[in-house]
Design a protein around this ligand. Structure first.
Ligand SMILES: Cc1cc2nc3c(=O)[nH]c(=O)nc-3n(C[C@H](O)[C@H](O)[C@H](O)COP(=O)(O)OP(=O)(O)OC[C@H]3O[C@@H](n4cnc5c(N)ncnc54)[C@H](O)[C@@H]3O)c2cc1C
Length: 265
């Protein structure tokens, strides 16, 4: 079973600051860690490999410092790691990110399963996984908290969406995004860490991918969304008002207040 895990390096969220002028995260203000949900994705992939055989390839799009995260992924059981890194991938929104990742997956050749985290702790959109599935033309299930069955042809998962649980059967190849409830990520041993330090990490640049994709969909230029303005919403200055009486009296007073403030016609 050939499994691909998509992993993103994120800033330590409690330390990160916002660049309000540029409308972006100022990533230089904090250290970098693996997006926690992506560790669950990797663990799920390694567990499948341990049961069914095959290989796990970790792919990330990001700056060169993401090599550190990919080394950690190798120490935790990935067999191969690929970093997509080029200035021309920078400034990508979720669509351009997903396009770049899907292009790399296509370039790799045949695969059975792609596993992503449910979301990142910085961008937090939860869009990239489903978008990658669309670019690859394969079925996907989001918010998977249990893999019930997997064989060469299909995977059965339990996914949670709002108040409901779904049992979904997807034919392979497919993509799933996983929650933190799916497993407890293993810690790498010292031996595995040392081995990973010497392991090669493949770097693919714009030139590697532009041969197999449409260049205009990469990076900032390929991103259809633009951050116009970033600001902290003003929440202060609101005055609470206690209303007492019978339920009918309270309802009448609320209607009166809403009419007075022209919120209700
Ligand atoms: C409108 C808009 C503009 C943006 N502009 C910029 C910008 O100018 N500069 C900038 O640095 N960022 C920018 N971002 C953030 C950047 O687009 C996102 O970080 C990136 O697209 C991933 O989205 P996300 O973090 O919400 O991932 P999610 O969709 O929440 O991630 C889900 C899963 O997808 C996978 N995944 C996501 N990203 C990657 C990745 N890079 N590599 C491997 N796997 C991944 C992981 O498995 C992850 O758990 C912008 C975002 C938006 C919405």
């Amino acid at each position: 079973m050939n499994i691909i895990v998509l992993m993103k390096q994120v800033p330590e969220i409690e330390k990160v600051r916002f660049d309000y002028e540029k409308g972006r995260l100022d990533r230089s203000s904090a250290g970098a860690v693996t997006n926690p949900f992506d560790l669950n994705a990797l663990e799920a992939a390694v567990q499948i490999k341990e049961r069914a055989g095959g290989s796990v390839t970790a792919i990330s799009m990001g700056p060169m410092q993401a090599i550190e995260m990919l080394r950690d992924a190798l120490a935790r059981g990935a067999d191969k790691a690929i970093l997509l890194s080029d200035e021309r991938f920078a400034g990508a929104d979720t669509l351009a990110t997903a396009y770049t990742l899907a292009t790399a997956i296509k370039k790799l050749g045949a695969f059975d399963l792609v596993i992503c985290g449910e979301k990142t702790v910085d961008g937090d959109t939860a869009q990239v996984g489903p978008e990658v599935a669309e670019f690859l033309g394969i079925p996907h299930a989001a918010y998977v908290e249990e893999i019930r069955e997997i064989n060469a042809k299909w995977i059965v998962v339990k996914a949670r969406m709002e108040q409901s649980d779904y049992i979904l059967k997807l034919s392979l190849p497919a993509l799933i995004t996983v929650t933190k409830d799916i497993n407890v990520p293993r810690l790498p041993t010292l031996r595995d860490k040392l081995k990973a330090m010497r392991a090669p990490i493949t770097i693919w640049t714009y030139d590697d991918l532009s041969q197999v994709a449409d260049q205009k969909y990469f990076g900032f230029e390929g991103s259809p969304t633009r951050v116009i303005k970033v600001f902290t919403p003003v929440t202060g200055g609101r005055r609470g008002q206690m209303i007492s009486g019978s339920p009918e009296e309270i309802a009448a007073k609320i209607v009166h207040i809403l009419r007075e403030n022209k919120i209700l016609g």
